[in-house]
Ligand binder design. Structure first.
Ligand SMILES: Cc1cc2nc3c(=O)[nH]c(=O)nc-3n(C[C@H](O)[C@H](O)[C@H](O)COP(=O)(O)OP(=O)(O)OC[C@H]3O[C@@H](n4cnc5c(N)ncnc54)[C@H](O)[C@@H]3O)c2cc1C
Length: 356
């Protein structure tokens, strides 16, 4: 019998396992192999940028990112391109550019050795018994069950646990597509592209060594592949070098429109990270939210295991305010008329002397 079973060893699940591993008997399940790095293995589709808020959380967690996880170039500005208003601006912002698969493996390596980590394991379902929860999962094609007192869903945007608990889909779900292009000369910035012909959210380019990632978050009801092709066409016309495609992948991405859409769990089943809906609705930055929600739940276990859900709700009040504030800021980025005024004002923007 385990005290806590965590489904998902991404940034949220691995952080919770690290913080509670010494004090509780924990089972951590993930369908991915996060013990050793294998090129070409199944990886989380992600831009792999650690934004300032996530850097702050890593500082709070008292960890430093090892150099093996970093990829070049390190980025100091955002190129904001508004196709609709035909405008462009640069803004200073420091991102740590990482290999996301190596980052997740490094986070798992920090978990205390007494945590039972089972990779290549697919969580299927659970049953609530009188005192415990029975967890059903598949490994190597075989079915297994384990009993646990608490079950934590850290299984990301497409969380099966959230769907089992709520019986419905998250309100605002996007499909994100990323395509990697081999390039001769890479760009020293992260581009954020706004164009409602492509998406009511945003698109991006991120340099990774000899590759440039082109990504977009598009509503599933729109024609996702057609919109993505349109984005590439526009970028090529804008001067981007996108002829040698190396790989393409996709993932769900949530966009909470208000804090009420966040679902933190029920009774002894709790959700953290993007499974709960914790992600920035303006930038889709999710790493800091994964860390913050994991820390909040770890604190709740330490202070009030008898009223876990209530305590976790209290511990995440700052995160709820943060989601509300981001939604208030949203029109300045996503309303084309307001955005035009902001970009035209040049407020906080900078001139870049030399561009590649
Ligand atoms: C295209 C894209 C680009 C992004 N770029 C950035 C970025 O640059 N910076 C940033 O901060 N955020 C970014 N995000 C958001 C960020 O990736 C997520 O918010 C973050 O990874 C959430 O962490 P998590 O631990 O909650 O979930 P995840 O990282 O999604 O981890 C969930 C884990 O659960 C496992 N899992 C899922 N289902 C099961 C199951 N049934 N059984 C077993 N295991 C399971 C998965 O294998 C995975 O390891 C991006 C998202 C997308 C889609």
């Amino acid at each position: 019998m385990y005290d806590i079973t965590i489904v998902g060893a991404g940034p949220a699940g691995s952080t919770l396992a690290r913080l509670l591993g010494k004090d509780y008997k924990i089972l951590l399940l993930d369908r991915r192999d996060l013990i050793s790095y294998k090129k070409g293995s199944f990886e989380k589709c992600c831009g792999g940028l650690i934004a300032p808020d996530a850097q702050y959380m890593l500082a709070k967690l008292g960890v430093g990112v090892p150099k093996e996880v970093l990829v070049g170039p390190q980025l100091f500005n955002v190129r904001t391109i508004d196709f609709q208003n035909k405008m462009e601006r640069f803004y200073q912002r420091h991102y740590i550019n990482i290999d996301r698969q190596k980052f997740d493996i490094w986070l798992v390596s920090l978990i205390p050795s007494n945590v039972d980590i089972r990779c290549g394991t697919l969580f299927k379902s659970y049953e609530v018994k009188k005192e415990t929860i029975v967890v059903n999962f598949l490994s190597d094609g075989k079915s297994f069950t384990e009993e646990t007192k608490f079950l934590v869903g850290a299984d990301g945007a497409n969380s099966i646990l959230r769907r089992l608990l709520t019986g419905s889909k998250f309100h605002e779900t996007y499909i994100s597509v990323q395509e990697w292009f081999k390039v001769n000369q890479n760009q020293p910035y992260f581009s954020a592209i706004f164009d409602s012909e492509v998406s009511d959210f945003y698109s991006w380019t991120i340099p990774k060594e000899d590759y440039l990632i082109v990504g977009a978050a598009i509503k599933p009801k729109d024609n996702v592949s057609q919109k993505f092709e349109l984005l590439k066409e526009k970028l090529i016309n804008y001067g981007y070098e996108l002829n040698k495609s190396k790989k393409k992948n996709g993932a769900f991405m949530l966009r909470p429109q208000n804090a009420r859409q966040i679902f933190i769990g029920k009774d002894n089943i709790l959700l953290i990270g993007e499974a709960a809906g914790w992600i920035s609705p303006t930038s889709a930055e999710g790493l800091s939210y994964a860390f913050r929600s994991a820390i909040a739940l770890a604190k709740s276990f330490a202070s009030s295991p008898g009223n876990l859900l209530g305590e976790y709700y209290k511990e995440t009040s700052g995160l709820r305010i943060n989601i509300m504030q981001k939604n208030l800021k949203s029109p300045f980025m996503y309303n084309p008329l307001i955005r035009k005024v902001v970009l035209k004002s040049g407020l906080l923007s900078m001139n870049v002397e030399e561009q590649n």
